[in-house]
Write a protein that binds this ligand. Structure first.
Ligand code: BG6
Length: 276
């Protein structure tokens, strides 16, 4: 079944499109320029993930820690969320979405939980906050990521700072490595860094820097499929990889969150572009 059109949110120079399906921020433009990347080949069907924007990965990342879970990246991005509030403030328009264990019981069988997702479409930034609350009587564990796809002029020319000295799992080779200096993209890249916080993507082709500030995240994931991998994905054009870079924030693998009954945990991701 095809998706209904996304909601369009305008706030000053900022325009976002958000699908209730997946509570998925699909596009975000600032001064008419795309900041998030969207594939021209994405599916827009229930049961399938959108390719681009900000998919929410929960309660597992990729195939999960066991390596055999489906659907990939969990249920949140392919579930129908409920818009519960829209507040137009002076600095941002904030949408609030909810998803509960009653909506997607198969996500964590037997557990009782609520997800609350705030999307702040600001004058000069996009601010995302995902809260996971354990409303059951026993602890549960989950992985989570805000899988942000960024538009870049040419991924081969960007530099990513903020990860110097961080250790990472290279998912392409399966090896553990240490980052030396800035990250540059010269081949298929799929890395889970044991660090999050402040990251800057410097893009000389588009003449801008993308400032990423995160909170409540143990990990950053850097992903670009490059030539061979993108040719295997039906919803990713063969020539689209140079224009995108995923800088995701989350808690995955050993960074997974253990949540006690009555507790909640918040993951925040703020994206602020600046001209250079
Ligand atoms: C990244 C993972 O976050 O997402 C990659 O690290 C994965 O391994 C990519 O290929 C895309 O995943 P999907 O399920 O949206 O094709």
């Amino acid at each position: 079944m095809t998706l209904e059109a996304p909601r369009e949110i305008r706030h000053g120079r900022s325009v976002a499109e958000v699908y209730d399906y997946g509570a998925h921020v699909w596009s975000w433009h600032l001064d008419d320029e795309p900041v998030l990347w969207t594939s021209a080949h994405s599916a827009f069907e229930r049961g399938k993930a959108l390719r681009g924007g900000v998919p929410i990965c929960w309660p597992w990342f990729g195939p999960g820690r066991s390596g055999d879970l489906t659907p990939a990246h969990g249920f949140a991005r392919i579930s129908g969320w409920t818009l519960t509030d829209v507040v137009e403030g002076p600095d941002a328009t904030v949408l609030t979405y909810g998803l509960t264990s009653a909506d997607a019981p198969e996500a964590l069988p037997g557990e009782t939980w609520t997800l609350t997702y705030e999307v702040g479409v600001g004058q000069g930034d996009l601010a995302l906050a995902l809260t996971v609350a354990n409303e059951g009587a026993r602890p549960f564990s989950y992985e989570v990521a805000l899988h942000t796809y960024l538009t870049v002029g040419d991924v081969r020319r960007v530099t990513v700072s903020g990860l110097d000295g961080a250790s990472y799992l290279d998912k392409v080779t399966g090896r553990r490595e240490m980052q030396a200096g800035d990250v540059t993209i010269t081949a298929e890249t799929d890395r889970v860094y044991d660090r999050a916080g402040e990251i800057v993507v410097d893009d000389p082709v588009l003449g801008r820097r993308l400032h990423i500030a995160t909170d409540g995240a143990a990990n950053s994931v850097v992903w670009n499929p490059w030539v061979a991998k993108s040719s295997t994905m039906a919803d990713f054009g063969d020539d689209e990889w140079p224009g995108m870079l995923c800088i995701e924030a989350g808690n995955v693998l050993e960074g997974a969150v253990d949540l006690q009954p009555g507790e909640s945990s918040i993951l925040r991701y703020r994206l602020t572009p600046a001209r250079t």
